[in-house]
Ligand binder design. Structure first.
Ligand code: THU
Length: 132
C-alpha cells in the first residue's frame, strides 16, 4: 500500500465529517494488514463534549467490522499545519491497533510519520490494570 494512497483516503474521509460547531473537518484512514482501509471522520454534537474524533470513529467502525490487525492510520484536516491525534485517541489507537504508524498530514501536503508508542510513551495498559 502506497502511503500517499492512504493519505488520499483520509482526505476523502473528511467529506463525511459532521463538524458544524468547530467547523474543523477531520478524516482518518485506517489500514489493515490485509490492505483494507476503514474510513472515519469527526462527528460532533450540540452537547460539545459528546463529540467523537475521526481516529476513534475509524477504529470503532473497523472493530465492529471484525478487523483486528492494522499497520497504519492517516489523519488529515483542513489546517495548513500537520495535525496529531489527541490524547484520548492515542490511548485508543495503542490498545486497538498495537504499535502502528501514525501518518499526520496537513492540508498543504506535508506529512510526518511516528509510531504510536512514541506519541504515547508509558501508555496505560493491561500490565498495570488490576496488577494489585
Ligand atoms: N479532532 C479529530 O477528529 N481528530 C484529531 O486528531 C483532533 C481533533 C476533532 C474533534 C473536534 O470535532 C474537532 O476536531 C475540533 O477539535
Amino acid at each position: 500500500m502506497d502511503i500517499n494512497e492512504l493519505i488520499q483516503q483520509s482526505v476523502k474521509a473528511k467529506e463525511s465529517s459532521y463538524s458544524p460547531y468547530s467547523k474543523f473537518r477531520v478524516g482518518a484512514a485506517l489500514l489493515s494488514t490485509d490492505g483494507e482501509i476503514t474510513l472515519g471522520a469527526n462527528v460532533e454534537n450540540i452537547s460539545y463534549g459528546l463529540s467523537m474524533c475521526a481516529e476513534r470513529t475509524a477504529i470503532f467502525r473497523a472493530h465492529l467490522e471484525g478487523k483486528r490487525n492494522f499497520t497504519a492510520i492517516a489523519v488529515n484536516s483542513d489546517s495548513n499545519e500537520i495535525i496529531s491525534p489527541c490524547g484520548a485517541c492515542r490511548q485508543v489507537i495503542i490498545e486497538m491497533c498495537g504499535n502502528i504508524d501514525v501518518i499526520m498530514t496537513s492540508k498543504s501536503g506535508d506529512s510526518k510519520v511516528m509510531k504510536i508508542a512514541d506519541l504515547l510513551p508509558l501508555a496505560f495498559d493491561d500490565k498495570q490494570f488490576r496488577n494489585l
